[in-house]
Design a protein around this ligand. Structure first.
Ligand SMILES: C[S@@+](CC[C@H](N)C(=O)[O-])C[C@H]1O[C@@H](n2cnc3c(N)ncnc32)[C@H](O)[C@@H]1O
Length: 200
């Protein structure tokens, strides 16, 4: 027990130190970096929606990748802890109660929708994966409405009994789907990313 805690702490320290050095507010940035390296989803000039964007690591990386001609819109229950890049905008809102009207002013022509949303953990695996599934369904519904045809979707889910149902829903809306576990995600963590490529 002690050994694995120590190993886990070392792992966390490594990515946290690196994030601090590279001026990202959270080590989660390395998960998106790995996804980007493998799938090259975010391109210059793209319009990206980042659901669950706080504290702002993915938002910073996405803003850098899209460049001055791109746009990144972030949404979270919590405020971000970063200086918002000039090509980005952040809304404080609950994805579970947001309606499409909210985004109307941002258009429905996103190239990529990212969801790194995670529920507040309860200590019960069953409850946490059910909450994660709810967030994923809300993110997928937004993706179905707001992505351009051919657009991509990246969604974190806690693996649980609803995983297959969610993965099947993504499959029905996208030409291809991929399941990705970044190396920078702890092996013991049940989080995994479902990637939808080519929105139908
Ligand atoms: C793991 S953090 C995201 C980290 C972020 N990708 C980054 O790199 O900085 C998960 C986020 O999901 C947000 N979240 C959870 N439920 C949400 C909801 N219903 N609506 C909006 N955001 C939510 C949390 O507030 C939290 O900031």
């Amino acid at each position: 027990m002690k050994r694995s805690n120590t190993k886990r702490n070392r792992w966390q320290d490594h990515y946290s130190r690196r994030a601090k050095k590279e001026k990202f507010p959270a080590r989660s940035v390395y998960k998106l970096q790995e996804i980007q390296r493998k799938y090259n989803l975010i391109k210059k000039g793209d319009k990206v929606l980042d659901l669950g964007c706080s504290p702002g690591s993915w938002l910073l990386l996405a803003a850098k990748l899209t460049g001055a001609g791109g746009r990144v819109v972030g949404v979270d229950l919590q405020p971000v802890s970063i200086e918002i890049p000039s090509n980005a905008r952040v809304y404080k809102a609950d994805i579970l109660s947001i309606n499409d009207e909210f985004f109307r002013s941002e258009g429905q022509d996103f190239n990529i929708i990212l969801s790194d949303m995670a529920p507040a953990t309860s200590g019960s695996k069953h409850v946490d994966s059910a909450r994660s599934f709810n967030l994923c369904q809300a993110a997928l519904s937004i993706a179905q409405n707001m992505l351009i045809p051919g657009g991509s979707f990246v969604c974190k889910i806690f693996q649980g009994e609803d995983f297959k149902a969610f993965s099947d829903s993504v499959k029905s809306s996208f030409n291809k789907t991929r399941i990705f576990k970044p190396q920078s995600s702890r092996k013991a963590s049940r989080e995994i990313y479902i990637i939808g490529l080519g929105k139908k």
